[in-house]
Each structure stands twice: as C-alpha cells, then as structure tokens.
Ligand binder design. Structure first.
Ligand SMILES: Nc1ncnc2c1ncn2[C@@H]1O[C@H](COP(=O)(O)OP(=O)(O)OP(=O)(O)O)[C@@H](O)[C@H]1O
Length: 328
C-alpha cells in the first residue's frame, strides 16, 4: 500500500519553567493513501501534539519538533520553508479541530471564510470561489446552502458549524485530513451524523484521514488501523479488527475494558487505575509499568521496544503475547 504520510522518529518537546516536557518521545507511524488511521489514548498522551507537529503548527518556542523524517507523498516536509509549509496546510493537508467556534471568525460570514480558504490555495476568481463554497456546503449536507453561505457562524448549531469546518478543510481537495476530536464537543446523535459524513466524504473523495480521539467507539466505527499512544510513545498499532479482537498491550486491554456500555458516560476512560505520568517525569522502564497489573522488575527497569507480533500488529510490551495470556 502506498504511504501518503510517514512519520519517523518524531520527538516534540516543550521547554517550560517546570523543565523539559517530552510530549511526544520518538514515534513512528504511517497513513496509507485513502486509509483512515485512528490515534487513540488518554488525555495528555501526546495525540494533539503529534498532529500539530505533522501540520507544522507547534509554536517554537516553547515547542521543538525533531524527527528523522516526516514524509508526505515521499517528500520530507521538515525541510520545507515556512511558506511552503503554509501552502501545504489547507491545501493537500488539512485539519479540523474539536471546537469549530474557536476556528471560525465570528465577524465574517461562513461563505467569506470558505472563499478565503479557496482563494489562498487556488487560482479561482472570487465569483467561482463563492460558487465552490456553496458546492462545498452542499457536499457536507448543509440545507439551503445558497442562503446559509451568507450566515454568520453564531447563527448555526454546533453540528452545522462542524460541517462548515469540514467544508472549509475539504475545499482544496486534501489528500490527508487530520481530524482532532472532531465529534467530542457534539451530542451523541450529531456525533454519529458527523462520523457518517466524514466516512462518506472519504469514500467519495478518496482522501486519507488521521482521526485523533480518546473514544474507541469512534475508532471502531471509522478507522482501518489504530495507533495507541501512552505517555508520548506508541504502545500498540494494528488493523482495527485485530486490535479489537486480539489486543496485546495491557494498556489497550484496559482501554477496551473501559469502553462504557451505556452512552451516558462515554467521555472518560476511567477504569484503568492511576494516571498518566507527567511528561517531565517519566518512569525509567515501560511508562505504563506503574499502572500495569502484569509488570515485573524488567518492565520497571527497561523500556520495551515496539516490535512486530503479527501482520501489521506492533506492540511495545515485554510480556506480550504469551506471558500476558498466562498472567491473565
Ligand atoms: N505549549 C505547551 N507547553 C508545554 N506543554 C505542552 C504544550 N502543549 C502540550 N503540552 C503538553 O504535552 C502533553 C501532550 O499534550 P496533548 O495535547 O498532545 O495531549 P492529548 O493526548 O492530545 O490530550 P487531550 O485529549 O487532552 O488533547 C501534555 O502533557 C501537555 O501538557
């Protein structure tokens, strides 16, 4: 499968008053053309910092992004100038965030904002860009798009605003859409509609998606592959079916065990005892060891490498797979 995005050895650190925060500490993953990869983990594990690093949106200082390479369509984008990086963002590589109101400008109509995004990345005339903005609003199924295009953001519901953000992100036909918790701020019915829409658009436009979420329900519904992060590291990655049927890392097993069966408490992954270590004070061995029911002396002393367990199934755990099964 052709790799659209390949991240090698990504390390993103923040220099703070409280010391060096290693938010992302050496991760490798890739997204195939037209595929959906879900990046999952608890709050603070480095998911957003990973996506911002790929997009070139980490503020420096205090942030510092280093990597062996970040290849997009085979080209190392770390070497691009700020201008080239800006052209890539919102062009071939686009991003949507959790809270659309923070990304939409309240004093401009939604049409003006989509047109601006189109004009920044294409040669279209303002008139043609407006026509395209209306087409995009229709594509994301906003009713009466011709009228709504002149609305201000506050006139729209949260779900409609997220559709506008998606329209804007897709207006330049990106090859990769990064969606950071795209449905978290929405209520459950609207979440399902937005996920359906993203899936439908992905199929029709053939784009790849990197979906960042703490919600394994979202992953199960939309992802082809899953990357599980813990405390700045990848602990497991696998095709979605393999991960759900045969999770290997104790952290993943814990996450799956904590999927709430009723919808009222979907928000938190709360059944794993303890909390994520601080990024300026990581354990010496496996970072999950202090919370792991299977950890032994070696786990506390030596960090486990990410290794292949099966076809496209990688895990960073000294105990996986046989000993884990016996210990359980
Ligand atoms: N500008 C910054 N300065 C210092 N530390 C930061 C900065 N941005 C992020 N971090 C730290 O990096 C770590 C990873 O944060 P990140 O936002 O990527 O987590 P996350 O997994 O996306 O969590 P959430 O789901 O809560 O967004 C956190 O400990 C956070 O405090």
């Amino acid at each position: 499968m052709e790799k659209l995005l390949e991240v090698r050895g990504l390390r993103t650190h923040f220099h703070t008053d409280r010391g060096l925060f290693r938010a992302v500490d050496g991760i490798d993953f890739s997204v195939g053309r037209g595929r959906t990869v879900g990046l999952v983990g608890e709050s603070g594990c480095g998911k957003s910092v990973t996506s911002l690093s790929v997009m070139g949106l980490v503020a420096s200082p205090p942030g510092q992004v280093e990597a062996d390479a970040i290849l997009f369509e085979g080209r190392n984008i770390l070497g691009l100038s700020a201008d080239e990086r800006r052209r890539l963002r919102g062009g071939k590589m686009s991003m949507i965030f959790q809270e659309p109101m923070t990304s939409l400008n309240p004093v401009h109509t939604i049409g003006q904002q989509i047109v601006e995004a189109i004009l920044a990345h294409t040669q279209l005339s303002p008139q043609a860009a407006k026509a395209r903005a209306i087409e995009m609003l229709e594509l994301v199924r906003i009713p009466s798009a011709k009228q709504r295009v002149d609305d201000y953001p506050h006139l729209l519901s949260g779900g409609m605003r997220q559709r506008v953000m998606i329209a804007m992100a897709l207006s330049c036909e990106p090859a990769l859409l990064i969606a950071d918790e795209p449905t978290t701020a929405l209520d459950v019915t609207i979440q399902a509609q937005i996920l359906d829409l993203l899936q439908d658009l992905q199929r029709r436009l053939g784009m790849a998606m990197l979906i960042i979420t703490h919600d394994l329900g979202v992953i199960a519904e939309i992802a082809d592959e899953v990357v599980v992060m813990y405390a700045g590291k990848i602990v497991e990655s696998a095709p979605v079916d393999a991960l759900f049927a045969d999770p290997q890392h104790p952290y993943t097993i814990g996450l799956l065990g904590s999927i709430p069966r009723i919808e009222v408490d979907r928000e938190r992954l709360s059944t794993i005892e303890g909390s994520v270590p601080s990024p300026n004070n990581q354990p010496k061995g496996c970072r999950f060891a202090p919370r792991c029911p299977f950890a032994d002396t070696r786990c506390h002393a030596e960090p486990p490498p990410l290794r292949d367990l099966g076809p496209e199934h990688r895990v960073a755990c000294w105990k996986a797979p046989v000993e884990l099964a016996r210990a359980a």
